[in-house]
Each structure stands twice: as structure tokens, then as C-alpha cells.
Design a protein around this ligand. Structure first.
Ligand code: TRP
Length: 351
């Protein structure tokens, strides 16, 4: 067993957590932050956390190389600006750790073709263009995701509900591998981020805030000019009536604003709602616009500052990759031995 070192809590090892995010947008939006990423920030303090920017997953669909490069760096900078602290966790880029591709191959050889074909995300993503148009990489996407998790022997994997099936596949693969080759992998638990903060589109409050929305007006991009975001909040669609209270069915628009307010301020929804009792929608929107601007302003400045110091960003990623690799290479060596690969001996000169 490897010793798990941690600077802030000596003593028993903290549970290990791994999660990944695709660098597929120029900017994270408020839904990404409140729905998932703020949990990355909080979990790093009581877990041994590995957070991975999954650029290899991002090439499973059409993309532009230059844009991918910028988004990978941009995502790194934004995560740090949000509070993901490279001294508290291991933050790294997936393609910097070749063991991901190597373990994915092994796992792919344990995954049934039909099993992979049942993944609903693959079916959804290929519904429009047809499976003939899809890449093999998109098909094996969940196998690579399993490798991401298993290389680090993660105990917990914080993900959204949409990733539950991929986690189930990962767990099935653990059972299969361990049964055939002996106890090797930790069985990871999905840590499904309950939609305590399910953030909706500002213009279409019955739909999730998502990049695939029809209009940009409903999405608060964290790298937008703070004033633009304030304006989006003030122009959010609200519901009939004028009383402020939480009711997702009767008042999806107002409920969404209350959820955002609560999540950003740390106050309960009830407490926030009570403040606007008898004051109407206008005041709520105006104040929330300010809360959002106050959150975004330092975030944005910090991101830009990080992106301007490329050497520092590179150093952070180099360090993250080295830490990740030290864990991943140990797992992979164990796997290679168990599955019957002959160890590659070092060359004469390096002996
Ligand atoms: N598929 C995940 C998503 O789209 C991203 C991801 C890749 C991931 N590898 C992972 C999440 C490993 C958790 C663990 O959200």
C-alpha cells in the first residue's frame, strides 16, 4: 500500500476523490460552478483530491486544435481562480499522464462491445448524426473515464446524475478485473452531486443552464464582463404575480434566482426569500445582479492574471502531472504484471 501524504492532515489517510471536466468551452458558466465545481473546491480540504482536465475526452467529437489548447489552459486557470488550490489537491491535464491511455486499452479489452453500446450518453450523442458518423473514441469514452478513476484508486467520484451509468460501468469493470486477476482496484462510489443547486437557464427556467441552450442570454459565463452578467440577471424571465417565494412549479424563474442567490451568499433560500417579502421581483433581481458581479469580478481578474503568466501555469501543471504520474504509474505497473505482460527491463546503459 502506498502511503498517502497530506500536508494539512497527518494521521489516517483521507478518502481519495477523483473527478474530471472537459475543456470544451471558453468559459465555465454559473451552472458549472454552482452545480459541480464548487464541490471540487470544498472536497479538496477533507479528501486526497485528484482533479483532471480531460483533454483526451474532448477530442472524441469535432474540435479545433488551437481552441482545445486555449481551453485546456483556460480551464486550468479558471479552476484555480475558483479556489481549486494546487497545494491542496492534484490538478493535472489528462494527456500529460500517458497511463490513462494505457490503462484504457486494458479496460477496453475487458469491456463488452454490447455493454459499451448500451451507454445512454453515447446513444444520445449519436442520435442526431447516426452511429456511423461517430468515432470509435466516442464509443470507448466511458472506458477511458473508467481508467481515469481506477488509476488513482479513487474512493469517491463526484459527478452529475448524467454520469451515473459511466460510474456503474467502472464499478462493473472493477469487479471483473479483481475477480479475474486478484484484488487490484478500489471500488469507487459515485458521489452524485444532488441538485441542491440545480441552476436553470435565465430565459428558459424550466431547462438546465447549459451551453447547448438556444440563446446566450440565459447563461451567465463566468468570464463575461461582470456588467454583462449583471444585466443578464436583471433581464431574467420571471413569473406571473409579484410575490417572492420558492416554488419550482409555480415560479420556476424566481426559484432559480433564489437558488443562485442562496448558493452564492451561503444564506438559505428561505432566508433570502424572506428579505424580499412584499418588495417584488425588481429588488431581488437588482440585488442578485450585484451579488453575481461581486463574485465574478475577482474570479475574472484572477483568471486573466493566471493566463498572463504562462510559465507559472506550466509549472503548476508540470507539478500536478508529476504527482498524478507517481500514483498512476504504480497502478499501471501492478496491472501489467497481473495481466501477464512481461516487464520491460531498463536498458543496459541506465542500469
Ligand atoms: N465524463 C465526465 C463528464 O462529462 C468527465 C469525466 C471524464 C470524468 N473522466 C472522468 C468525471 C472521471 C469523473 C471521473 O462530466
Amino acid at each position: 500500500m502506498m502511503m498517502r501524504m497530506s500536508s494539512s492532515s497527518p494521521g489516517p489517510a483521507r478518502p481519495r476523490v477523483l473527478s474530471g471536466i472537459q475543456p470544451t468551452a471558453d468559459s465555465f458558466h454559473l451552472g458549472n460552478y454552482l452545480g459541480a465545481l464548487r464541490h471540487w473546491v470544498s472536497m479538496q480540504f477533507d479528501h486526497d483530491a485528484f482533479y483532471c482536465i480531460v483533454d483526451m475526452h474532448a477530442i472524441t467529437v469535432d474540435y479545433d486544435p488551437q481552441i482545445l489548447r486555449e481551453r485546456t489552459l483556460g480551464s486550468t486557470a479558471q479552476l484555480i481562480a475558483m479556489g481549486v488550490d494546487p497545494r491542496q489537491c492534484t490538478l493535472f491535464v489528462q494527456s500529460h499522464v500517458p497511463e490513462h491511455a494505457q490503462l484504457a486499452w486494458v479496460m477496453g479489452c475487458l469491456t463488452g462491445f454490447g455493454e459499451a453500446a448500451r451507454m445512454t450518453q453515447f446513444k444520445d450523442k449519436t442520435a442526431k448524426g447516426g452511429q456511423d458518423r461517430a468515432t470509435v473514441g466516442l464509443f470507448t469514452y466511458p472506458v477511458l473515464q473508467a481508467a481515469d478513476i481506477l488509476l488513482y484508486q479513487a474512493d469517491r467520484v463526484p459527478v452529475g446524475e448524467d454520469q451515473r451509468q459511466h460510474l456503474e460501468l467502472t464499478r462493473d469493470l472493477v469487479g471483473r478485473f479483481n475477480h479475474r486477476f486478484g484484488e487490484t482496484f478500489t471500488l469507487p462510489e459515485p458521489h452524485i452531486i444532488k441538485d441542491t443547486a440545480k441552476i436553470s437557464d435565465l430565459q428558459e427556467p424550466t431547462a438546465k443552464m447549459s451551453k447547448s441552450a438556444s440563446s446566450n442570454a440565459g447563461i451567465v459565463d463566468l468570464l463575461d464582463e461582470p456588467k454583462t452578467s449583471g444585466k443578464k440577471i436583471r433581464s431574467a424571465v420571471t413569473d406571473s404575480g409579484r410575490e417572492v417565494y420558492f416554488d419550482e412549479v409555480e415560479k420556476p424563474g424566481i426559484s432559480n434566482l433564489l437558488t443562485i442567490y442562496s448558493a452564492l451568499s451561503g444564506r438559505t433560500v428561505e432566508d433570502v426569500a424572506a428579505t424580499y417579502d412584499g418588495r417584488g421581483y425588481g429588488d431581488l433581481k437588482k440585488d442578485l445582479a450585484q451579488v453575481v458581479e461581486d463574485f465574478i469580478t475577482p474570479f475574472r481578474a484572477r483568471t486573466i492574471e493566471l493566463l498572463e503568466d504562462r510559465a507559472e501555469l506550466d509549472a503548476i501543471l508540470r507539478e500536478g502531472a508529476a504527482r498524478a504520474r507517481s500514483v498512476a504509474s504504480e497502478t499501471l505497473a501492478d496491472v501489467y504484471e497481473r495481466i501477464g505482460f512481461v516487464p520491460a527491463t531498463p536498458s543496459e546503459s541506465s542500469r
